[in-house]
Design a protein around this ligand. Structure first.
Ligand SMILES: Cc1ncc(COP(=O)(O)O)c(C=O)c1O
Length: 444
């Protein structure tokens, strides 16, 4: 087995300009970055350009992009139709004190496609989408607590910053997970308002919701645990959440910021479970900053200022930003049911081939995911929840990540992957061949 130093040494030898830019960045940006998830040791890459399924770094190296900024680029980089629409909007103006037709068009497309959306509001990020969904649920029910799943990530606001990536030493009982603050300085009152559910544990999660039902405003869940390891919920788990929340008047929120990539109506259509509210982001802005939240008309009425109150405030200088609205509209126009089927088929093939590679090499390698979302897990145990996904040799995972970089494939540091329509069978062949070489170097 090689040492971690060898993949790292190769990475460093190939990326001197990224290193120099990172060192300069560290003077001005703490950690050299503006985004927690884009740091990895020894230093992250600086990207200069993307085209289709490829990105180029500051040293001129080209890599296959199998992460696509975590589902923001369903059509790949610099898609000509998206670029044309954005260029036209640039000429018409970038920002107005007033609405545009584009936001109405995108809202209509989303409401027509996503079963739970009767009405929708736009934001500038997925964080703001889940933040507003939580506020709406609290205002609608008059209750304070929110239940979320262990390992569930819903953005950087405080209300849900509990047990997102808790250290395994602190997680507590599997049927009654501990409330682990995700950040220092999180007030205890915020932690106390979060009930942590065990993902995919039907009976234990039901028990916890029933126990707290009088205080629960909402249950929020990612139908596929994204940052937590691309682990799909079972249909039984989501059906239980629907059933118990309906019974107790709790607002069920699906966070589909990532899972809207699995099909035209999102994961809710795939599973046949319709929540009360849905949070969206990433894909629907076609590469521009965006978010959206919506759902039942009676809940969304909280935002309707043409009626008598009480109203919930939702200002935001850039809400419904024209560039995001036009880019998102073009992306959705291209994502026909047929295109989604092709993407999901490609994803299924990727997962099957990763598993086959593990068997062939007799290495502890697994794949999870849904549709065109996937993750590589370096374990021989089945992965059903956050704890299963987090029980990994982190040094080995870093070696595999840097090894893939060295082989010209860009995944996330946690080995999460998201396909785009710019990827074809030839690129999947290249990815699998690269993964094979990396696993042979690092696991045999
Ligand atoms: C499921 C989920 N919800 C919400 C967010 C937050 O979105 P944003 O980064 O746009 O604030 C993310 C970001 O990765 C996410 O994965």
């Amino acid at each position: 087995m090689r040492t971690s130093g060898e993949e790292q040494a190769r990475y460093e030898a190939a990326t001197p300009r990224s290193r120099a830019l990172y060192e300069e960045a560290q003077h001005y940006l703490p950690g050299g970055e503006s985004r927690t998830s884009t740091y990895w040791p020894p230093y992250p890459l600086t990207i200069v350009r993307g085209e289709g399924c490829r990105v180029w770094d500051a040293d001129g190296a080209c890599r296959l992009d199998f992460f696509n900024n975590f589902t923001t680029l369903a059509l790949g980089h610099n898609h000509p139709a998206v670029a044309r629409a954005v260029e036209a909007q640039l000429r018409d103006g970038t920002s107005f004190f007033g609405g545009t037709e584009h936001q109405v068009r995108l809202a209509r497309m989303l409401c027509e496609r996503i079963p739970s959306l009767q009405q929708v509001r736009f934001t500038n990020s997925g964080t703001e989408a889940t933040l507003n969904a939580v506020r709406a649920a609290r205002a609608f029910t008059g209750r304070a607590k929110i239940a979320k799943c262990e390992g569930g990530y819903h953005g950087t606001h405080e209300a849900l910053a509990v047990s997102t990536t808790p250290p395994l030493a602190l997680v507590g009982r599997p049927d009654r997970p501990a409330q682990v603050p995700s950040d220092p300085g999180l007030p205890q009152s915020v932690v106390d308002n979060v009930v942590v559910l065990p993902f995919n544990n039907v009976e234990a999660a039901r028990r916890l919701i029933v126990e707290h039902h009088e205080e629960l405003a909402a249950v929020i869940v990612e139908p596929v645990l994204g940052t937590g390891g691309m682990v799909p919920a079972t249909g039984e788990f989501l059906a239980m959440l629907r059933d118990v929340t309906e019974q107790h008047g709790i607002v069920l929120v699906f966070d589909e910021v990532v899972t809207f990539q699995v099909g035209p109506g999102g994961a809710q259509e795939h599973y046949g479970v319709t929540p009360d509210m849905t949070a969206l982001g990433k894909l629907i802005g076609g590469g521009m900053p965006v978010g959206a939240f919506g759902g039942r008309r009676d809940i969304m009425a909280l935002y309707d200022q043409s009626t008598s109150g009480p109203h919930l405030g939702h200002a935001g200088t850039f809400n419904g930003h024209p560039l995001a609205m036009v880019a998102g509209t073009v992306v959705l126009e291209h994502l026909t049911p047929e295109v989604y089927r092709r993407l999901s088929g490609l994803g299924e093939g990727v997962r099957m081939r990763i598993k086959a590679l593990g068997r062939e090499l007799e290495a502890p390698v697994q794949a999870t995911g849904l549709g065109s979302l996937f993750a590589v897990h370096l374990t021989d145990r089945p992965v059903h929840n956050y704890r299963d996904a987090a029980a990994v040799d982190e040094d080995l995972r870093l070696r595999v990540f840097l090894g893939l970089m060295n082989e010209g494939v860009y995944l996330s540091p946690k080995l999460l992957g998201c396909l785009s329509t710019a990827i074809g069978e030839a690129e999947v062949d290249q990815f699998i061949a690269a993964l094979r070489r990396v696993l042979l170097r690092n696991m045999k």
